[in-house]
Design a binder for this molecule. Structure first.
Ligand code: NAD
Length: 132
């Protein structure tokens, strides 16, 4: 299956790597371009024993890649997992940005940029509290 993972922090990156290790094709997206560059090189930016070798293995096997482009994710994946911050969490962390999409806008963006006449996307709500 082709999976999209939106938000590659503690939960999202771990999920993306494990799904790739199970054999799925996975693309991870984050609004933080530095984080995308770092994980694309095989660096895990937090402590999670065993995750880094698994990340490198799956990058090397071309089952896993990372991007900042919603259009790329929308055009690639059939199923999307949302692990981004909820809007209130972004404000609490002092990085609230009214232009940064919350979960509803992310899902709308994926649908609108999929470029497919009848999108086959299934959005799985993992942690977000607002429905899409
Ligand atoms: N870690 C936990 O134990 C836990 C438990 C319950 C709920 N949650 C919730 O799950 C979500 C993810 O948790 P986490 O611990 O992985 O957080 P995290 O901060 O490690 O990762 C979140 C990532 O989402 C990215 N992001 C934020 N807004 C985005 C957007 N609009 N589009 C794309 N990427 C975006 C951030 O840059 C960050 O890399 C959060 O909403 C959190 O509140 C986490």
């Amino acid at each position: 299956m082709r999976l999209g993972v939106i938000g590659i922090g503690y939960l999202g990156l771990t999920h993306a790597v494990c799904m790739a290790d199970l054999g799925h094709e996975v693309i991870g997206l984050d609004v933080d371009a530095d984080k995308v560059a770092r994980v694309s090189k095989g660096d895990v930016p937090f402590f999670e024993p065993g995750l880094e070798p698994m990340l490198r293995k799956n990058l090397g096997a071309d089952r896993l890649r990372f991007t900042t482009s919603f259009a790329e994710v929308a055009g690639f994946a059939n199923v999307h997992f949302l692990y981004q911050w909820e809007r209130h969490a972004a404000w609490r962390r002092g990085s609230g940005d009214k232009h940064r999409p919350g979960p509803k806008r992310t899902l709308r963006g994926i649908r609108n940029s999929s470029g497919k006449a009848s999108p086959s996307k299934i959005a799985l709500r993992q942690t977000a509290s607002s429905s899409a």
